[in-house]
Design a protein around this ligand. Structure first.
Ligand SMILES: [Zn+2]
Length: 252
């Protein structure tokens, strides 16, 4: 009887240690970070909104160095979506770097730093903005693809998708995919909703238009297969030390 009890305790112990290990591996939450524009220093013409979203080249360099020094491995948004769908393993400390709106300053200032660290990233482009003043042109986007960066859709005209008619919603999602695919000769499967605005109709539309996944919610890194059309992300804004601030929780 005593022996039996001892055996039972031993087995329970092994299982609980095993359980803790499994829990430790699966509890890592892949962070999705969102960047907007970049610039070396503040220009007098900048509005407070622009200043808020513009990350300095210096700060970005420090952030990428932090990721590199601390063993993070950037992966593309689609790679993350595929891993959730197919239950595939990801590199240790995977992180998804996303860049919104197609700003030219991303290409000018952030891309050289990403390349320095051999980091990949996903650029969510508004198809009607491409080639506009302050935005990347088609050749810039082709160059990004040639350097193994991913291009995703950030809709056609950057409308708040929850506030428009269902016809307009479909056209925002469908047209941007079509234009980007035609001009860039690639498949577009990643989507980011403007202003993170989404609801069940928006998610259903994204699914029916054959996006593989979409970036929606924000503020937490808590994603699973259930969140595939509303993957949560965190903005990185103009803050000298965003990884230690109240605006961005410490990375896992
Ligand atoms: Zn946007």
């Amino acid at each position: 009887m005593k022996n039996f009890l001892l055996k039972f305790i031993l087995i329970a112990l092994i299982f609980s240690i095993g359980g803790i290990e499994v829990f430790a591996i699966s509890s890592y939450k892949v962070p999705i970070l969102v960047y907007h524009s970049f610039g070396p220093a503040r220009s007098k013409k900048e509005s407070s909104m622009q200043l808020h979203y513009r990350v300095t080249t210096n700060a970005f360099e420090k952030q990428m160095k932090y990721l590199s020094d601390n063993g993070y491995h950037p992966i593309s948004f689609s790679n993350y979506v595929n891993s959730l769908k197919n239950n595939m393993a990801l590199p240790d400390k995977a992180v998804v770097l996303t860049f919104d709106d197609g700003w030219k300053s991303q290409y000018q200032y952030a891309v050289p730093i990403l390349e320095k660290y051999h980091f990949t990233a996903t650029f969510f482009v508004v198809s009607s903005y491409v080639g506009g003043r302050s935005y990347m042109g088609w050749n810039d986007l082709k160059d990004l693809i040639a350097h193994n960066f991913e291009i995703g859709s950030h809709t056609k005209t950057h409308e708040m998708l929850t506030k428009i008619s269902s016809e307009k919603l479909i056209s925002e999602l469908k047209e941007s995919k079509k234009i980007l695919e035609k001009k860039l000769n690639i498949k577009i499967t990643a989507l980011a909703y403007p202003y993170y605005a989404q609801n069940i109709s928006v998610r259903d539309a994204a699914k029916s238009i054959l996006y593989a996944g979409a970036r929606g919610g924000w503020k937490k890194f808590e994603n699973s297969l259930d969140h595939i059309y509303k993957l949560k992300a965190q903005e990185v804004v103009n803050n000298p030390n965003p990884f230690k601030s109240d605006r961005l929780p410490d990375l896992p």
